[in-house]
Design a binder for this molecule. Structure first.
Ligand SMILES: *Cc1c(COP(=O)(O)O)cnc(C)c1O
Length: 477
């Protein structure tokens, strides 16, 4: 019988070449322009309009990967990538993900691969211990963790569970549905507004709480808003506090916000997407003070913890609330293990049914680095950010905008908004580094986000020199 598949031995041969290809890529990654230089449509124009009728040899695919795809890559894994927040990875993570692809397991319920469920439970309990998270977030207590694709999905999951709790798990039967109101700060990530829209709460029922001069939510104003809303007959049900906002890495006062949530009976979700990884180090844990008051908490190992995209950790204090919200049991998924109640079926913990075996890459990373190795690299990034801050403060032309809590430095040239934008574009166009901007108090601010796996102080020093030189040339010319 003929067929079109690769045999295992052909796979072995081609697979080794791909591993070599990836290793080569990392060896020469600094020779690429960090930000892809192509124009819109350029990559598509280089690809045939019609699919191949006949299969092609692997070497042709690899050749086109090099020639036609690589020019359109922005090199997120370059040590000179300082844009947005990192989306870093590491070799152990890549290998763990490869094993997951190889096994091709769909872990929707315990029975469809017990290891996929039980490794996830174990690794998320490890993480809770590694980060000194509250006991209630562990599977051995009332809560537990689940891996989701992104922080956005976790936000949606939290909002929906909060909505169901507020409406006694009978969403439209209690008459409070239309009156539900949620609270975030003016600096909260846009995924929360999106979640509020998608969960049917409606953007008009989302309140933006003002922030203080450090861009942290003002709990006094939160409380005032909640009280006013209650007087008007609204039903406050959800608050999101952020540990490390995307714009400036601001830290909301979780304890004070949590106390208000308890008093006013609101679900508290804590979004620690990037900065959550810092909780691996005891010296940064003060940033999560009060987290035991949270109903849910999420962070992205796919940002700063050397685990490749996608991998978001979502912890809840009370898994019954989550399961009551998301559990449906169709006949074709009925099975003994589920009915015994002895196992977790993670499809009951989130929106989708099917799920990848994502805990493998997390497990590979944690076992390879160990707690110590992870702490070492996180501390190094924070230290580099502190040094960068010192260089900015020592210069006459640049100034800091906020004191960095961790690894994001927000600074600007004193010559104004247009100059800062032109400076950023000029540096990015050299291809030697890539960083981005934000606006704080209406002013353009440059962001150096230091978290790529292989970023060393030397890279950041060179980038700082490049920024200074470029600015010097611009002020002369
Ligand atoms: C990056 C980020 C998000 C969104 O992350 P995704 O995983 O891409 O959805 C949400 N909140 C904060 C604070 C972030 O920094």
């Amino acid at each position: 019988m003929t067929n079109y598949h690769l045999t295992p031995s052909q796979f072995r041969e081609e697979g080794k070449k791909i591993i070599d290809w990836i290793a080569d890529y990392y060896e020469k990654i600094e020779s690429y322009p960090v930000l892809s230089q192509v124009k819109p449509g350029e990559i598509k124009a280089g690809l045939p309009e019609n699919p191949p009728q006949k299969g092609e040899p692997f070497e042709h695919i690899i050749r086109d990967l090099d020639e036609k795809i690589m020019p359109g890559i922005t090199h997120w894994q370059s040590p000179n990538f300082y844009a947005y927040f990192p989306s870093n990875t590491s070799f152990p993570s890549i290998l763990g993900d490869l094993v997951s692809s190889g096994l091709g397991v769909q872990g929707m319920i315990w029975a469809t691969s017990p290891a996929a469920t039980e490794l996830e439970t174990r690794v998320l309990d490890w993480l809770a211990e590694m980060m000194d998270m509250p006991e209630k977030f562990r599977s051995t207590s009332t809560g537990g963790g689940v891996i989701q694709d992104t922080a956005s999905t976790s936000a949606l999951t939290a909002v929906i569970a909060a909505r169901e709790r507020a409406t006694k798990f009978r969403s439209n039967k209690t008459g409070v549905r239309e009156m539900l109101v949620a609270y975030v700060s003016s600096q909260t990530h846009s995924s929360l507004e999106k979640a509020i829209k998608m969960a049917g709460i409606g953007s008009e029922n989302l309140r933006l709480v003002e922030v203080d001069e450090q861009f942290s939510m003002r709990p006094d104003l939160l409380h005032e808003l909640i009280r006013e809303d209650k007087k008007k007959g609204f039903h406050p049900f959800f608050v999101c506090a952020t540990i490390g906002t995307t714009s400036s890495n601001a830290i909301d006062p979780v304890r004070k916000i949590g106390e208000i949530c308890k008093e006013e009976n609101c679900w508290l979700h804590v979004d620690a997407a990037m900065s959550g990884t810092a909780m691996l180090c005891p010296e940064f844990r003060y940033l999560k003070d009060g987290v035991e008051l949270a109903d849910s908490y999420s962070f992205n190992p796919h940002k700063w913890m050397f685990v490749n995209f996608d991998c978001n950790v979502f912890w809840v204090a009370n898994r019954e609330e989550l399961i009551s919200t998301f559990s449906i049991l169709p006949e074709y998924l009925r099975n003994k293990a589920t009915e015994s109640g002895e196992v977790f079926d993670y499809r009951d913990w989130h929106v989708q049914l099917g799920r990848r075996f994502r805990s493998l890459k997390l497990w590979f990373v944690i076992r390879h680095y160990g707690v110590e190795g992870l702490q070492f690299h996180i501390r190094k990034h924070v230290e580099i950010a502190q040094n960068f801050t010192r260089w900015v403060k020592d210069s006459n032309e640049f100034e800091m905008v906020v004191e960095p809590a961790l690894n994001l430095v927000c600074f600007r040239h004193k010559a104004g908004d247009d100059f800062n934008m032109a400076l950023m574009n000029a540096v990015n166009e050299t291809g030697k580094a890539f960083f981005t901007h934000t606006k704080l108090n209406g002013q353009v601010v440059l962001r150096m986000s230091i978290g790529q796996t292989y970023t060393e102080e030397e890279h950041v020093k060179q980038t700082w020199n490049l920024i200074q030189k470029t600015a010097g040339r611009m002020t002369q010319g």
